[in-house]
Design a protein around this ligand. Structure first.
Ligand SMILES: Nc1ncnc2c1ncn2[C@@H]1O[C@H](COP(=O)(O)OP(=O)(O)OP(=O)(O)O)[C@@H](O)[C@H]1O
Length: 268
């Protein structure tokens, strides 16, 4: 098992409380009076149909979209009241469009994660190099270190962006479809890594069966509100899947993993 001790030698995990949050994107009210909690160290999935508001909700946690009403609290403190540096030392995000252009190398992209720990013009220290190397190793991307980021495949980029988030040493990781573009081995590796890290994680996921195996709890978003929440066994029922996704299914307990396993049935 790969070493996480440099990044997480001292275990860090934040609580997240979202209370009565309403969010607008443009003129549209996307999230209405939504509340959810994630306890320190939990891995919680946010699932739901396209357009249900998952990405929008995550944006309010990594401070791109300020709530109209309600509060996002990290360790009991208003996330929007923290200094930018303090917030970035606590919360790291992995998003779909990271907006990285130009000819930055993978190493330079991952090193951005150290910014909240530096003053202007500070160079990288030996400790930074150790953290970068460990983060790249954890996502199986050490061999990509000196390649231009924009030359990478979609799955390689995704892993590098996860490495960048890890070098922030976040106590809360917010991830928007982190398994997007990844082949099955890397999907399993990344989700197992999130489970193993001491940090708290909230991740938007489409794959209900992966959520069932790797997440402590899940919230189902539908049309900007929470339609269901609880353990995968509580949440993943044919009735919920039919109501929220309009798809027929059967749910069994997998004999090896003990997790619920959904089989989707084609429309008749
Ligand atoms: N800037 C914007 N202006 C107007 N509407 C927006 C904007 N951003 C998002 N929306 C709308 O908000 C709704 C929720 O979008 P969001 O991206 O949060 O959904 P999602 O659950 O992450 O979807 P997906 O599974 O497709 O990634 C969608 O109907 C979307 O069209």
């Amino acid at each position: 098992m790969k070493d996480t001790s440099a990044l997480y030698g001292t275990a860090r995990a934040s609580s997240l409380d979202i209370e009565g949050v309403t969010l607008r994107a443009g003129a549209v009210r996307v999230i209405r009076e939504l509340s959810l909690t994630v306890a320190p160290g939990e891995v919680v999935a946010l699932v739901g149909p396209n357009g249900s508001g998952k990405s929008t909700l995550l944006r309010s946690i990594y401070r791109v979209l300020r709530p109209d009403t309600g509060q996002v609290r990290v360790d009991g403190r208003d996330a929007w009241g923290l200094s930018a540096r303090e917030h970035a030392r606590t919360v790291a995000a992995v998003v779909q469009d990271a907006g990285i252009e130009g000819d930055l190398t993978v190493r330079e992209v991952v090193a951005m994660g150290r910014t909240p720990y530096k003053r202007l013009l500070d160079g990288d220290t030996a400790e930074d190099e150790t953290l970068l190397a460990q983060a790249l190793s954890l996502v199986s991307a050490s061999h990509l270190r000196d390649r231009p980021f924009t030359h990478l495949s979609g799955g390689e980029r995704q892993r590098v962006l996860i490495a960048r988030a890890l070098t922030q040493q976040p106590a809360l990781l917010v991830l928007d479809e982190p398994t997007n573009h990844l082949d099955i081995r890397h999907q399993l590796d990344i989700l197992a890594l999130l489970r193993r890290l001491p940090a708290t994680a909230l991740l938007a996921l489409h794959d209900l069966n992966l959520a069932a195996v790797f997440c402590d709890r899940m919230y189902v978003l539908a049309d900007g509100h929470i339609a269901a929440g609880g353990t995968p066994a509580d949440v993943l029922t044919p009735a919920m899947i039919s109501e929220v996704y309009g798809v027929a299914s059967e749910v069994a307990v997998h004999p090896r993993t003990g997790a619920p396993q959904v089989t989707f049935l084609p429309a008749e």
